[in-house]
Design a protein around this ligand. Sequence first.
Ligand SMILES: C[S@@+](CC[C@H](N)C(=O)[O-])C[C@H]1O[C@@H](n2cnc3c(N)ncnc32)[C@H](O)[C@@H]1O
Ligand code: SF4
Ligand code: SF4
Length: 361
Amino acid sequence: MNKAKMKLSHLDLQHDLRVKFFKKPKLQQLFFELTLNCNEHCRHCGSRCGEVSAAEMSAASWKNILDQLKEDYKDSLPQINVTGGEPLLYKDFEEVMSYAHSLGFKWGMTSNAILITPEVAQMLKRCGMNTISVSIDGLPDTHDEIRGLPGAYRRAMEGIQNLIDLNCFDQIMVTTVVNHQTISQLEPLYEIMSGIDIDSWRVMGIEPIGRALEHPELLLTDEDHKTIMDFIRSKRADNDPVTYGCCHYLGLDYEREVRDWYFFCMAGITVASITVTGDVMGCLDIDRTQKGVVQGNIGSRRFSDIWENEFKDYRYDKGEDDEKCKNCKSRKYCMGGAFHTWDLEAGTQRLCLRNALFPDK
Ligand SMILES: C[S@@+](CC[C@H](N)C(=O)[O-])C[C@H]1O[C@@H](n2cnc3c(N)ncnc32)[C@H](O)[C@@H]1O
Ligand code: SF4
Ligand code: SF4
């Protein structure tokens, strides 16, 4: 079987699976946005941290959510992923996460890692953290500049080493968000990542969300997207654990070549999130101010009730809503692409990587 045919047969299977999931979703990953406080001020921050603030939920509220989840999903607990803001700034972090661990939840975290001293790494071990993704967005000076904090790179790299030294976490990942000005740093960053004992390096493009929208100079050109894909593909061809970290349909040539499996936007299908104020939605990268994103609030309804009875806006082929998608020959496999780049009011997909990568096909 040739490679294109094999990919098409996989994509056909995946299409059927996706249709089944629309009818019978299965919660596998649940994001907790513990705080919107942050100790960095990234130019690209999708959550606009530093500009927005919200009253945080108490430890008792998060523990109550964990109790409900344990009761309602006892046969197959979802993995909890904590994020923010900087999750380590949440004042009752240890109390909530050790409780999650005691109930048997597997959990992971995304962090800028500048607070991960040897003592904090020990605390994460005590709380049973399984996986972590640390953000490194460029070479030292560039990382510090993007993140608005001198010394951020050094502290994050020390944080990673403090985690590695404990030799107890299932997966330590680094995530790099590439922008138009850092494309040329991919190779030197690869050299750095190859020199540390991490499990994988996730490379993703800056998404046109949050504060990134105010920095058009950082947004990727079609050529940049292609450079990123070719870079990742070449490293993976040598069996290096480099993965494309964004969720977009890429077209047959790149699908499965830059990540382990094919595109599948899982927001509201296998993935849900609880925001800092208890709102329940698909994925935290979706602009929550848009109508139709938030499905309910944990203060007035049980999570499982919202998950099972709402989310209709997420569980259909969104390609129906956009004229371009409707007539697109990739629609069966893409279904309108990633939810987080949808303009729900206009009913259009704002970022089609398939067309950016293959404008002539
Ligand atoms: C919102 S942060 C929260 C966790 C933590 N503060 C950190 O920086 O890792 C989660 C991840 O989203 C990434 N991110 C933020 N804005 C983004 C954007 N506009 N496009 C792509 N990724 C973005 C960050 O770089 C980070 O890897
Ligand atoms: S990307 Fe992370 S570290 Fe940067 S401002 Fe946003 S939440 Fe803070
Ligand atoms: S036009 Fe729409 S359906 Fe087609 S590849 Fe782009 S986002 Fe996907």
